[in-house]
Design a protein around this ligand. Structure first.
Ligand code: ADP
Length: 368
């Protein structure tokens, strides 16, 4: 009987609980034992029944409607070192787990792929140092790893949507609607900073959905005189036509053409100094990750959880670790390491000001 474990790692995202629920129940439905690793890689490094727990059908009851991740997530420095991964391997083997599904962002999935590629040498060392038996060694020669992408940023290449992104987008739009009401009353301008790290997806889509006056995203930097002139022209035009509100959305990773960050206070200063607008800054912060998942994320996470279990059951030592993606509404498998490499290449291309390459790598001509 196979034993499949799931963990959530990196930044939390709404919908992770639906993913865990689907993985636990699909595993049990397919005749496997299901485990959860608490607190991400931290739980692997610490090990024992407190951190690597067997889960039953009822243990995930009602989880689809709950935000965050009930099995905890953490950032774990020890797992970045070989000694931490060695402990992780030992603890998985002690728990009798033979497949691991990681729901997280690119960092977590890089860790997962490294863990799998190192696995033969890790278990060799565990055997040599008598930390596992010959029997355990023979049984666990191969570790199945699979990734599902949980991230509010929607920053992973090769998938159209990450679990949590649409929930965060929905929350941002609602918050901007609230701000819009008070802006209208006082005829004010609001500069709204939204999350997304070096990806502008949340800012761009929230800006479009709320018909913001101006949007800053890392993928489209401008020189300061370019953006200042353009933003002031647009805002003045809207105001001259009777608009009482001004909403400017700034992605947290927004940058100018010289790659220096554009902060909400830079934008605030221009709106005040050049247009004389009564301007406030609103930083949405962690509200964006909180609350329950929208229906789309629950469904995406459920379908991807089922597919992740299928993928680990079908995987062989020769197949690369899969990442469960969604492409044009179909749940598909992609090579995990390729997807992570592409995602990192996008970030590097943005840093190198090669935006054309960044866009083509990210697979979205939409922004252009
Ligand atoms: P995210 O998964 O959201 O991108 P992080 O980048 O913080 O979040 O990664 C989460 C955790 O994954 C880290 O705390 C670490 O334990 C593990 N991890 C990240 N990168 C690596 C790596 N290169 N090697 C091993 N583990 C890693």
């Amino acid at each position: 009987q196979k034993a499949i474990a799931v963990m959530t790692s990196g930044g939390d995202a709404p919908g992770m609980n639906s993913n865990v629920r689907a993985i636990v129940r699909s595993a049990i439905f397919k005749g496997c034992r299901a485990f959860v690793v608490m607190e991400g890689y931290e739980g692997l490094v610490r090990g024992g029944p407190e951190y690597i727990k067997e889960f039953h059908w009822e243990d995930v009851r009602g989880w689809s409607a709950e935000g965050g991740t009930n099995i905890g997530t953490a950032r774990c420095m020890e797992f970045k070192k070989r000694e931490g991964r060695l402990l992780g391997a030992q603890h998985l083997i002690e728990a009798g787990v033979d497949a691991l599904i990681v729901c997280g962002g690119d960092g977590s999935l890089t860790g997962a792929d490294l863990f799998r590629s190192e696995w033969p040498s890790l278990i060799e060392e565990l055997l040599k140092t008598d930390r596992i038996s010959k029997e355990q060694y023979e049984r666990m020669k191969h570790l199945n790893i699979c990734g599902t992408v949980g991230s509010i940023d929607n920053d992973m290449s090769t998938t159209d949507a990450t679990i949590g992104a649409y929930s965060a987008l929905d929350r941002i739009c609602k918050a901007i609607d609230y701000v819009e009401a008070t802006a209208n009353s006082h005829s004010r301008a609001f500069v709204v900073e939204v999350m997304g790290r070096n990806c502008g997806w949340l800012a761009l889509l929230a800006g479009i959905a709320t018909s913001a006056d101006y949007i800053f995203i890392p993928e489209k930097p401008a020189t300061s005189s370019e953006w200042q002139d353009q933003m002031c022209d647009i805002v003045s035009k809207h105001r001259s036509r009777g608009k009482r509100t001004t909403i400017v959305v700034v992605a947290e990773g927004a940058i100018a053409a010289d790659l220096t960050p554009i902060s909400p206070s830079d934008v605030h200063k221009v709106l005040v100094d050049r247009l004389g607008l009564d301007t406030r800054i609103t930083t949405l912060g962690h509200v964006q990750r909180g609350g329950t998942a929208v229906a789309y994320d629950r469904i995406l996470a459920t379908l991807q959880g089922l597919e992740a279990v299928n993928a680990v059951l079908e995987s062989t030592p020769d197949t690369p670790s899969p990442l469960i993606a969604v492409n044009e509404n179909k749940i598909v498998r992609k090579p995990l390491m390729e997807s992570v490499k592409l995602t990192k290449a996008v970030a590097e291309a943005i840093q190198a000001k090669d935006f054309k390459r960044a866009m083509s790598l990210r697979d979205t001509e939409f922004i252009e």
